[in-house]
Design a protein around this ligand. Sequence first.
Ligand code: TMP
Ligand code: ASP
Length: 237
Amino acid sequence: MNKGELLYEGKGKKLFLTDDENVLISEFKDDLTAFNAEKKGNEAGKGALNCKISTQLFNLLEKHGIKTHLIKTLDDTHQLVKKVKIIPIEVVVRNIATGSLSKRLAIADGTVLPFALVEFYYKDDSLGDPIINDEHCLLLNLVKSESDLEELKRLGREINAIMKGFFAERKLKLVDFKVEFGVDHEGAILLSDEISPDSCRFWDADTNEKLDKDRFRQGLGNVKVAYEEVLKRILNH
Ligand code: TMP
Ligand code: ASP
């Protein structure tokens, strides 16, 4: 498949057209951003690590019946994906309080939540991705109907259940994560974007060491070492 014109460049990836109007090529970048891109960085090899990690996780989820945009991985940093219209809602699922949840509601960092908390954020950089509720989603026409929102929540919880168990077996706590969904040309809702240490929080099960983008956000160093460790645990179980 030919890598055609650049269709879109995001903070972590580029999307290219292909000969097939329903298929795109996704390229994982080495760039890192945080806090609405106020903090910027670059880590050589990060894109390749995220591409590999995301491929493994999308394959795992497909195996469990979650429909995704991934067709196949082409090389170290490129995936062939189905073209979708991204639903501009970031679905965040949390098992342990940290980050913006701890800050907003004064829940002590590290508190294990009594159930998986699903939140919606409006994917709009100029507004700083604000948290929104179901009615805001409908008001802004981000989805067609309430049943789509229920589907996003159901998918978020199911993805969480699958990944939480998978990572527990690999001595990693899945603290929280963000996923995005898109609608393909047949109207199906597909898991899209990526799942990687850029979009998840992983803590070592024994030491609570952070093995995700918080190393970059908080200036803890060893970003790539942490991402490599996540990939190693995924592969060498
Ligand atoms: P938060 O605690 O900053 O709200 O983040 C919750 C989870 O969502 C965390 O795993 C990081 C992920 N996330 C993204 O992937 N992109 C974003 O823009 C934000 C705000 C969070
Ligand atoms: N705000 C998000 C983060 O802290 C992502 C970003 O701004 O690029 O990771």
